[in-house]
Design a protein around this ligand. Structure first.
Ligand code: AHG
Length: 339
């Protein structure tokens, strides 16, 4: 059967969306294009990671005290580079860097947006050929245009995001981004070197069959989480279980699967780390924005992720995200209703 579908590239798509908003300046489209360009460069390096001497430790620790792989450094440099030289971004925050970076030059000071990103999430999976990703978040500045961006631009709650997205470097490379108009996914067509619209208007199924959690931490979870996870493993009227367990240790891959197929992803707090592992600004807020726009939910177990007022750029939070009905069931356990 002949497939008669018009191929639309990322650029064509964002330009088409702009036409619907004659007052738009095109800065956001330009920023998304910049992110797509950096992602293509990272895609090339990720794909030859097994061939060249780019694997291994860069010999430094990141601000979280974790080992930095060389590809993390490469990816970080690509995203910082495109945004610094672009026309839309006044400054960045990166999971790889201690502090925010303000681009203090004439064009950047006039730019409307700041961008926060995790350049290479799941990097401990690089050596073993498992999917990894990039996660990003875009905020409109609250500081005065014409002057350098300030810390307040970066410390906004997630509900102020104007766009958020992720790239997944997997069996194919994809870029998925959300704006208030919805969520769309683009797959890299390597024959033309362009991201092309492959997943228009993504909706997260109301429920699913997957639950994703690190079971190694089970005995360190709070009681309500233990009970919910146990409910996922057995025939249970309240949770709707049993569900299939899928956890790859690369949040981009785990949440992407659950977004498309339906499911719940959890990284709860533990006895040792009450705030869990994941970073609010670099990992949780962007995914919460995307999944909510697709019809799902995201909380820290008690409150909506997007309503948390951040106090510092590297703060962590427990994280629960996924299909609406599964999240409702979890919430019932957290509030004691589903006991
Ligand atoms: P890293 O980038 O250091 O590999 O961390 C990945 C994140 C996230 O993507 C993943 O879901 C989680 O950490 C896995 O952590 P655990 O190994 O503790 O389950």
């Amino acid at each position: 059967m002949a497939i008669n579908r018009i191929i639309q590239t990322l650029d064509e798509f964002t330009i088409q969306q702009l036409r619907d908003f004659p007052q738009a300046t095109g800065e956001l489209s330009s920023l998304l294009r910049d992110m797509g360009l950096a992602a293509k460069r990272v895609h090339v390096e990720v794909n030859k990671a097994g061939l060249v001497d780019i694997l291994g430790d860069a010999g430094t620790m990141n601000v979280q005290g974790e080992e930095v792989k060389k590809l993390d450094v490469f990816a970080n440099n690509q995203f910082v580079g495109v945004l610094r030289h672009g026309i839309s971004c006044a400054g960045i925050g990166s999971e790889e860097l201690d502090d925010i970076v303000v681009f203090d030059d004439e064009i950047s000071n006039q730019s409307k947006y700041v961008c926060l990103f995790d350049p290479l999430d799941g990097s401990s999976n690089i050596d073993v050929n498992v999917s990894i990703g990039t996660i990003f978040s875009v905020y409109r500045r609250v500081s005065e245009l014409g002057k350098p961006a300030t810390a307040a631009d970066f410390l906004q709650p997630g509900n102020m995001q104007v766009a958020a997205g992720y790239m997944i470097y997997g069996s194919s490379t994809m870029m998925v981004y959300a704006t208030r108009r919805g969520v769309n996914g683009f797959t890299l067509d390597q024959s033309i070197g362009e991201f092309t619209l492959s997943h228009p208007d993504i909706k997260c199924p109301e429920t699913g069959k997957f639950y994703s959690v690190n079971h190694g931490n089970f005995f360190q979870f709070e009681q309500a989480v233990k009970e919910y996870v146990t409910g996922c493993q057995k025939k249970d009227k309240t949770t709707g279980g049993p569900y299939t367990q899928r956890y790859i240790g690369s949040m981009v891959a785990d949440v992407h699967r659950n977004l498309i197929k339906g499911g719940i992803f959890m990284y709860p707090g533990t006895v040792d780390k009450p705030n869990g592992k994941l970073r609010l600004l670099y990992e949780c807020n962007p995914f919460a924005f995307i999944v909510e726009k697709a019809g799902g939910k995201a909380t820290d177990g008690r409150q909506r992720i997007l309503d948390i007022q951040p106090t510092e750029v590297h703060q962590r939070t427990p994280f629960f995200i996924g299909s609406k009905l599964m999240m409702d069931e979890l919430e019932g356990f957290m509030t004691g209703e589903n006991k």
